[in-house]
Design a protein around this ligand. Structure first.
Ligand code: GLN
Length: 387
């Protein structure tokens, strides 16, 4: 018998649901990825760089032109002055960055606070570092942080707090006021932060993304992680980055160099070329996805799903309690197998799922025909076929 380091952890829900989607020929609104291509110009840059011979190891912390573009972006969006040599590391996806940040600072027995529902890679990374996960539920149904409860959960052993905005799976975003509450928290407590901001450019309805980079005080205590896969519709490229102050970055790189050492070269060149050529892509992303969200909401009207407002990310929650009292994992399977639409149940992101919560997550990063077909199939779900 193997003495598992991750007892109780199975295959991720994303892999399970995407496989179920394929097996059942279902429209896949489960795992979050676009069903359309990255920008043509980005693909062209990639082709050029590949053929030009950018195919050997890049520097361990990422190529200089890409780190330069990341620094410019941090300044452009958040007025943050980031040193590209000592504060930016390019990683093989945000999952790598999150794993590395946790391994870099969490010692055995340290406590790490995460907010449930929490993206599924946080708790295993903490467990593998020997840390203790403290789960704090977000308020329901607003999915907001209860700062009093957070304060009450902090102890002498609390090393790190993991924050996620725009939030996956909920689509909630942090406000300026909440950023301010985090500032007050770090003034009082000696804790570090990890801010997962991979959906930073997908914030809707005229609101703004409030990055931890926008506060000088928070910036000195935070690993900020973002993802090119999300921003450039290229989730399979697995290219992301982490911005952290020099002392934290030095520790981060000690781990990164032995996890992946570095990140594939041609995509780094292609992305830096594209960021230089088309900086407006990031800015246009919010309206691009806001239209998709609105279209999906329109298509889903009158089908019995109560749509929960999504302020950001490319995810949309829906309460299906008017249609079924199945548990969400069973309902997700039912939708996939019987109705041909795969979705994500959100109870899997909780240590203790909320009693009687009947909520699933849709990914709307899809072409019009995909959304149309999904909505048409979902319109067939009737109250009595799934009780
Ligand atoms: N971030 C993606 C989602 O939430 C999934 C990533 C993965 O499959 N690990 O759907």
């Amino acid at each position: 018998m193997i003495n598992s380091k991750l007892p109780g952890i199975g295959t991720t829900i994303f892999t399970i649901m995407s496989k179920m989607a394929v097996d059942n020929n279902a429209v896949n609104l489960s795992q979050g990825y676009p069903d359309f291509q990255p920008p043509a110009q980005l693909l062209e840059f990639f082709r050029e760089r590949l053929l030009l011979g950018h195919n050997q190891y890049p520097p361990m912390h990422g190529i200089a032109p890409l780190r330069e573009q990341i620094a410019l972006k941090a300044k452009r969006h958040y007025a943050a002055i980031v040193d590209e040599e000592t504060e930016i590391t390019v990683t093989s996806g945000a999952t790598e960055a999150i794993f590395v940040a946790v391994q870099a600072v969490v010692h055995g027995g340290d406590e790490v606070i995460i907010f449930d529902p929490a993206f599924d890679c946080y708790a295993p990374a903490i467990a593998l570092a020997g840390g203790l996960v403290r789960h704090l539920p977000l308020d329901s149904p607003s999915f907001k942080i209860d700062f009093q409860r957070l304060e009450d959960t902090i102890t002498d052993r609390t090393r790190l707090i993991i924050v996620n905005s725009p939030h996956n799976p909920c689509g909630a975003i942090l406000s300026q006021e909440e950023i301010h509450q985090f500032e007050q928290l770090v003034e009082k407590h000696d804790v570090l932060l990890l801010s997962d901001e991979v959906y930073e450019h997908m914030v809707f309805d005229g609101r703004q993304h409030h990055s931890f980079l926008s506060s000088e005080l928070l910036r000195q205590k935070t690993f900020v992680v973002s993802s090119f896969g999300k921003t450039y519709h290229a989730t399979g490229w697995k290219v992301a980055y982490c911005i952290a102050p020099a002392d934290l970055t030095a520790e981060f790189r000690k781990v990164h160099q032995f996890v992946t050492f570095t990140t594939n070269t041609p995509t780094q060149w292609a992305i830096s070329d594209y960021m230089r050529a088309c900086p407006e892509h990031e800015v246009n992303l919010a309206s691009f996805y806001e239209s998709k969200r609105d279209r999906f909401l329109q298509l889903m009207q009158g089908h019995g799903f109560a749509m929960i407002p999504s302020a950001g990310s490319y995810f949309q929650l829906a309460d299906y309690s008017a249609l079924s009292d199945l548990a969400d994992t069973e309902f997700a399977e039912h939708l996939t197998v019987q109705h041909g639409v795969a979705v994500i149940p959100i109870s899997v992101f909780y240590r203790q799922p909320e009693q009687n919560q009947r909520i699933i997550r849709f990914c709307f990063a899809k072409e019009e025909p995909t959304l149309l077909l999904a909505a048409e199939r979902l319109s067939q779900v009737k109250t009595d076929d799934c009780h």
